[in-house]
Design a protein around this ligand. Structure first.
Ligand SMILES: Cc1ncc(COP(=O)(O)O)c(C=O)c1O
Length: 411
């Protein structure tokens, strides 16, 4: 094949949401129902997600960011505490640590990997560490067994500061599963392996509610995960003891405020989008993403300049959220030229991620790029290719051909 075959291809966006008549009908139904904020659709979506994952209770809120910040606050993370995160992530993972006044401890990637270096993570644990938040980059789950065993083995270092921390008596593990809804761990959808799993349903994610996120509470006994659900739900609604829907019931107008909470509930309008997707996500959405990723992997397999990630490793399988291609020998400038070339052809791509120590704010508080050599090696030649449900086989073939022709001509 050559470019002539693809002469009439239409522009390809990076990651548009899967919206069709079913989605539009579900949102319209909520619009016509007279109840558009948090209500039956949100609660139903939570039940569907819990059933799918098979873990503890699920709470849907308006974003991963606010949801996880509330978990940090519930756990009592504050000044003087440390939270271990990867340097290779989106700013949200670190920003919420700053919001609660704690210190983000950033760990480099493992060699030739986008995931956190687990040995370095283990070595960073000390008495101040209150949370570890690894990231399932691109939808590939981290080795949760290693992380959970590690904090149990190091529980003697843990210095509890409040009753919940005394009860668990070890570091809390929150998975930044923003990319990995539908990824598999031991053949099961991820979400039940760590204390709290946190998904993002942002517009570009595999599974979206336009903006949104979900928490799955799996704390071990004697913690009461339903009680934690209620506590965080109250935090997400100004510390108010009743939500808007309960207040509409006869004689139920009165409420109390038990803390100066936040405001980050999910609306039923948003939940309707996910509610439709839930029934078909495993049936046709994930298989389509997997097929796209496999087509890319096959298309680049014979070129020794193409570094393709692994999407299945042992008991872990990706959610096929991103296809991060790395080009051997490319530096940032060459990678950026390729992005511009593709954009001019009508192919949108992206870069995941700029390691946080490269960004002005994190530089200004003392993080240095040179301390994260693996992260920078991953970043400088990475380009994320389009992956979305409606992307067609011929479009993927075109993207592959344009990249192959370009890189062969610009080694
Ligand atoms: C790794 C990671 N963590 C957290 C987030 C934040 O998610 P949200 O936009 O739902 O707050 C994102 C969003 O892109 C992300 O990529």
């Amino acid at each position: 094949m050559n470019n002539v075959t693809f002469g009439t291809m239409k522009p390809i966006p990076f990651s548009p949401p899967r919206i069709d008549e079913k989605t539009i009908a579900a949102v319209t139904e909520v619009l016509r129902s007279g109840w558009i904020t948090t209500g039956p659709k949100t609660r139903d979506l939570e039940k569907k997600i819990q059933q799918y994952i098979g873990g503890g209770p699920v709470l849907c809120l308006n974003a991963w960011t606010n949801a996880v910040e509330l978990v940090l606050r519930w756990w009592g993370v504050g000044p003087g505490d440390e939270v271990i995160i990867p340097a290779y992530t989106y700013a949200a993972t670190a920003n919420i640590v700053m919001h609660v006044g704690a210190i983000p401890v950033m760990i480099d990637c493992a060699p030739d990997s986008f995931l956190i270096d687990l040995e370095k993570m283990a070595n960073a644990i000390n008495g101040k560490t209150k949370v570890i938040m690894p990231v399932d980059f691109s939808g590939m789950p981290v080795d949760y067994d290693f992380v959970m065993n590690c904090v149990k083995e190091k529980s003697n270092l843990f210095e509890p500061k409040n009753d919940n921390q005394k009860l668990l008596n070890r570091i809390l593990i929150i998975s930044d599963a923003a990319h990995s809804f539908g990824a598999k761990y031991n053949g099961q959808p991820v979400g039940a392996e760590v204390d709290v799993a946190a998904f993002s349903f942002h517009a570009v994610k595999n599974f979206t509610t336009a903006e949104g996120g979900a928490l799955v509470f799996n704390l071990p006994a004697p913690f009461d995960n339903s009680a934690i659900w209620k506590q965080i739900n109250i935090k997400a609604l100004h510390g108010q003891t009743k939500d808007a829907l309960s207040k509409t019931q006869a004689g139920q107008w009165q409420y109390d405020i038990v803390e100066p909470g936040f405001k980050c509930n999910m609306t039923d309008l948003q939940a309707a989008i996910g509610w439709v997707e839930m029934d078909r996500y495993e049936v046709d959405h994930l298989p389509r993403r997997k097929a796209i990723v496999e087509q890319y992997a096959k298309g680049f397999a014979s070129f020794n300049w193409a570094i393709v990630s692994q999407f299945q490793v042992g008991n872990r399988e990706s959610s096929y959220h991103l296809f991060p291609l790395r080009i051997k020998g490319y530096d940032e400038n060459k990678r950026n030229d390729l992005i511009t070339f593709l954009a001019e052809k009508g192919i949108s791509t992206n870069v995941h991620f700029q390691p946080l120590p490269r960004l002005s704010y994190y530089k200004s508080i003392g993080f240095r790029e040179e301390d994260y050599p693996q992260a920078f090696a991953q970043f400088e030649n990475e380009i994320s290719l389009p992956v979305y449900f409606d992307l067609e086989e011929a479009q993927v073939a075109w993207i592959i051909q344009e990249i192959v022709d370009y890189v062969n001509a610009h080694p």
